[in-house]
Design a protein around this ligand. Structure first.
Ligand code: T1G
Length: 703
């Protein structure tokens, strides 16, 4: 296209060009072409300009970089909205007197999908994805998504898409066959192109075909009626609320779809906008938007070294952790060399990996063919020499420092000089393990969370001598595994487990002070934790933590130091696996209150002369959060984490902290420095500074 066809507008994020009878609005606002004020203005200006140009018969909205518009500009949240407002932009598109085509690829999400829905045609690469993920930010679609989507895919599918916030394959969505009687508009996409196609050219060819056959139409989705289908709205809204587990936005979204199902597009959008603006100001949305930003920040390191290219990964240990880690790597397209010390253990590890893939296929996460292709990249052996060409080797063997040191002594002689050597240890001192290898800069920690093929959190542990290249390699591998990777330093339990230990200790103290097992778990789950802390202990096995702690004597200054857990273990009450722990489990594995457990705890409390008190649920939650805050501030002050928000990310993805509460350090910030300082001082006065040390609350204002 010659330069003369370029139309200059004072907009660095959008360019307008004429290609014969086609007006091109090209958005170029990396990284995801978000709908900034300038992008919104450029779209409106472009539509206006091409409408008034007699040469132009049709307009295309398209994007450069890696995706069609991925949503409103999150950087503008928290600031006063600026015109043109997105609902006005999408309505301006739909009202155009010349057809507008959305040329889509990558992930067209939120406001980006709403722009496309307002267009008169939509074409896309077949591997594109679309979605309305606003509920993940504590919002609902605010620019017609709840109104136009049901007018194309029907009310039932729209209800699922808007309340789930998931991304959907363009190809799968286009196969939706609406009941013939619906006058909902055709299909979501008017053309899907194979992913190897040049989208810009394919879109121009598609449009030129419409021009040449004189079949351009102004397909205004907003003029469709909604195909109601037989929805039991009351039941559906109840189902959405139950699944939302305290999050507001999904239920609001479902109610908006219900209340507007018979309204005009204009009235429906007004109703939607009012609900959107309410949520935009909500605490939950602020917390969820914080969580989104914190995850992006956690991925950033200031490493100058380039990561090593990793294709073949050695995984030593085919137990639960090793097989889970191997499954995660295979699922992301890596080649895996699984090592065990004997054939029987190796076979058991391979079977666990195959079982994980079978479960993925059964749940529809992947096809059987895809699973087979991925499994083809698994090799297994008892011969450690097969690790000699791996770029990364991860051990997940028995949690014993001597076992690990002996293993790495062997690996030091076998692996490539630049091979990244990672331990998956949860608690052991990585600096001590690194001392046995000739080049300790190769050694890092990669702390996965069980089940490693499901849990998204990965703590990348920086040992004293870890090289930036080794660390950058682990962070890059974590991104490819679609993990949420957080860089942490070496200490007992790194960041997550160290805080989890402090949290668990405070729960035990409250047990001894008279809070019941049931009240503690009920208070924490009602507040939003995925599981009650004592139910978690029963699930993982009370003896696991007890045995790890037994290496060190009970600090006699600390009455709460897991004494209740110790009493359970002494009485062979190890949790689910022995049918009783803090709870008793009936023949169906259902937890029941057990007076004997309570009696054992009270007996221990009397022996320790622990002062008894009554607790409100709020007391319990506050004490638990204060324990997390106190330890988190210490971690940050010691440099174990780069940012306080990294701690929030760890707790959101590793410990079931409710996402709509932002994270433990986010919550501490909401409490405010004055109240927080007062509360910590009171606890220190009562329980001593060894348990409640001085912490620098002013650090909360950092990052
Ligand atoms: N606005 C601004 N920046 C964004 C952004 C957005 N919507 N989405 C991502 N980024 C930045 C991100 O911060 C990072 O920046 C870079 O892009 C790469 O992100 C009215 C109100 C699109 C699937 O919720 O799901 O529209 O750190 O590492 O893994 O109804 O980003 O590099 O500087 O995640 O390839 C709805 C959220 C908004 C989409 C790409 N849209 N984003 O994933 O890259 S609300 C969303 C994502 C809305 C309307 C409502 C993902 C992605 P930096 P990344 P990725």
């Amino acid at each position: 296209m010659n330069e003369s066809n370029k139309t200059q507008i004072s907009n660095t994020q959008i360019s307008l060009e004429k290609n014969a009878q086609i007006g091109l609005i090209t958005i170029d606002y990396p990284p995801v072409n978000a709908l900034s004020q300038m992008v919104r203005q450029g779209i409106v200006d472009g539509v206006e300009q091409f409408e008034n140009d007699d040469d132009i018969k049709v307009i295309i909205i398209r994007c450069k970089s890696k995706t069609f518009v991925a949503g409103a500009d999150i950087k503008e949240f928290g600031k006063p909205p600026t015109a043109p407002f997105l609902p006005d932009v999408v309505n301006r598109i739909e009202a155009s007197n010349k057809p507008i085509i959305a040329s889509m690829f990558g992930t067209s999400l939120g406001g980006g999908f709403e722009v496309a829905l307002a267009c008169h045609y939509r074409v896309a690469l077949e591997n594109s994805k679309v979605g309305l993920p606003e509920v993940n930010l504590g919002l609902i679609p605010g620019a017609g998504g709840t109104q136009r989507l049901p007018r194309i895919v029907g009310a039932k599918k729209a209800l699922e898409m808007v309340t789930s916030g998931k991304h959907y394959s363009a190809t799968a969505l286009n196969e939706i066959q609406l009941p013939q009687d619906s006058d909902s508009h055709r299909f979501l996409f008017d053309a899907l192109f194979t992913s190897d196609k040049d989208l810009d050219q394919a879109t121009i060819d598609f449009v030129q075909g419409l021009i040449d056959s004189n079949s351009l139409q102004l397909n205004r989705v907003g003029e469709n009626t909604i195909n109601q289908e037989d929805i039991d709205w009351d039941a559906e809204i109840k189902k959405v609320s139950k699944k939302a587990r305290g999050k507001l936005a999904p239920t609001v979204a479902a109610k908006v779809l219900f209340e507007t199902r018979d309204l005009s597009i204009a009235d429906g959008m007004n109703y939607e906008r009012a609900e959107f603006l309410k949520l935009r100001e909500s605490e939950q949305s602020a917390a969820l938007r914080f969580a989104f930003g914190a995850e992006k920040k956690a991925a950033k390191t200031n490493f100058s070294a380039e990561p090593l290219a990793v294709n073949k990964v050695g995984i030593i240990g085919g137990g639960n952790m090793g097989s889970g880690i191997a499954t995660a790597f295979l699922s992301s397209g890596f080649s895996v060399q699984l090592i065990e010390q004997n054939q029987q253990a190796l076979d058991a590890g391979v079977s666990k990996i195959k079982a994980n893939f079978e479960s993925n296929v059964k749940r529809g996460r992947m096809t059987s063919a895809a699973a087979q292709n991925l499994l083809a990249n698994l090799s297994s052996a008892t011969d450690y020499q097969t690790l000699s060409d791996c770029e990364l080797v991860i051990e997940a063997v028995f949690e014993d420092i001597e076992v690990k040191k002996s293993l790495f002594t062997q690996l030091d002689k076998i692996c490539r000089d630049d091979c990244v050597l990672a331990t998956n240890t949860s608690y052991l001192d990585i600096n001590e393990i690194a001392s046995v290898i000739s080049n300790p800069s190769q050694m890092i920690g990669m702390h996965f969370f069980s089940p490693a093929n499901i849990m998204k959190l990965l703590e990348v542990v920086r040992a004293e001598k870890s090289s930036e290249q080794a660390l950058a390699t682990a962070m890059a591998v974590g991104k490819r595994l679609k993990k949420v990777s957080v860089l942490v330093g070496v200490c007992f339990g790194f960041a997550g487990n160290r805080m989890y230990t402090r949290y668990g200790r405070e729960i035990q103290q409250m047990l001894l002070e008279g809070a019941s097992i049931e009240q503690i778990d009920r208070a924490m789950t009602a507040w939003g934790m995925a599981m009650g802390p004592l139910a978690v202990q029963d699930l993982s096995g009370i003896d696991i933590g007890h045995n790890a702690r037994s290496a060190q004597p009970f600090p006699d200054y600390d009455p709460g130091y897991f004494r209740a857990a110790a009493v359970m273990v002494e009485n062979q009450r190890l949790g689910r696996k022995t049918g009783q722990g803090f709870y008793r489990y009936d023949e169906n594995g259902k937890p029941q209150s057990d007076p004997q457990a309570a009696a054992l705890i009270q007996e221990k409390a009397q022996e320790l002369k622990v002062e008894q008190k009554t607790f409100t649920d709020e007391d319990i939650v506050e004490r638990a959060l204060l324990a997390l805050t106190s330890e988190g501030l210490k971690l940050f002050a010691e440099g174990i984490v780069q940012r306080l928000s990294d701690i929030d990310v760890i707790w959101l993805h590793g410990y079931g902290f409710p996402r709509h509460k932002g994270g433990p350090m986010y919550q501490a910030r909401q409490m405010g420095a004055t109240k927080l300082t007062e509360a910590l001082k009171q606890l220190q006065a009562k329980n001593g500074e060894l348990i409640w040390p001085d912490v620098d609350v002013s650090l909360l204002q950092e990052n």
